[in-house]
Design a protein around this ligand. Structure first.
Ligand code: 76R
Length: 248
């Protein structure tokens, strides 16, 4: 058996995608819409307070295209908290006007491919901080799930550790050249959801997503072993832009 990569695992992640029933929203009375908006803003306020206490984090984006209207990306210490979040949303007056269209459950993950021998990663403050990240307030988000291939000829999981390390180094070098332009959160979802990882990227310039993902397609670890699911791309919602979006 090949040596399994060791992972460091941080906060649990829920990507919760919703779409708005605009006909119902427009048909509702002003008072119903106001109540629904108020309840949504109260929920968001509570999640922002959790983030301020550094007990979790929230990213709220509107999705471009027909796959969804919003994504709420929540990070928490436990799966129970994530479940409570989705249930409190589902019980809110605002949820009467939205439909769940997609979700993804994972846990923030760092693997040991790039680790320094003899260094306990949990003693490195930057690593610990990356496991429980406060999500950046970037203009754009890009989310997609991925697997590493398990075909007879190309099976990532049967490669010797040293070969995987070498490929991950090359992957990391490409990634690093986007420092300051794209921030990535890799979350592991083996045992939790339908793919092996969730990839969440944040950038102020959405074109950098395309450049980074495209460049990685030529790198062996993605070119040969990467399999990808549906991509979601979105724009950051603030309280103001959210209220604007909900105006009829
Ligand atoms: O954590 C680190 O910074 C160390 C280097 C590193 C690892 C171990 C790293 C760096 N990644 C790692 C692991 Mn990554 N990453 C992806 C994608 O679209 C594609 O082709 C792939 C999707 C992107 C865009 C991306 C970006 N990475 C992983 C893993 C786990 C692999 C495993 O365990 O087998 C996956 C699935 C994955 C996928 N990666 C970086 C980036 C970027 C931008 C970096 C540089 C980060 C930095 O230096 O700040």
């Amino acid at each position: 058996m090949s040596e399994a990569a060791q992972t460091l695992d941080g906060w649990y992640v829920l990507h919760d995608f919703r779409t708005v029933d605009w006909a119902a929203w427009q048909d509702a009375s002003e008072a119903e819409r106001e109540k629904a908006t108020r309840e949504l803003l109260t929920l968001i306020g509570g999640w922002e307070e959790t983030e301020a206490r550094k007990e979790g984090s929230l990213a709220l984006y509107s999705i471009v295209g027909q796959k969804a209207d919003f994504v709420f990306m929540h990070l928490r210490e436990t799966l129970q908290e994530l479940n409570a979040i989705e249930n409190s949303y589902n019980k809110s007056a605002f949820a009467r006007f939205t439909k769940p269209v997609h979700s993804y459950v994972s846990v923030v993950e760092l693997s040991n491919y790039m680790g320094q021998p003899g260094v306990d990663p949990m003693q490195v403050p930057e690593i610990v901080a990356r496991l429980k990240p406060i999500l950046p307030k970037a203009e754009h988000i890009c989310f997609y799930p991925m697997n590493k291939r398990r075909l007879l000829g190309d099976n990532w999981y049967m490669l010797p550790m040293d070969d995987r390390k070498a490929m991950m180094r090359s992957h990391g070098m490409i990634g690093r050249s986007y420092a300051g332009k794209v921030k990535q959160i890799i979350s592991g979802s083996v045992g939790f959801d339908d793919w092996e990882w969730g990839v969440t990227l944040f950038a102020d310039d959405a074109l950098q997503f395309k450049k980074l993902v495209y460049e990685m397609r030529f790198d062996e670890v993605s070119a040969r072993y990467g399999e990808f699911g549906e991509f979601y791309v979105g724009n950051r919602l603030t309280r103001d832009s959210l209220s604007e979006l909900l105006k009829v």
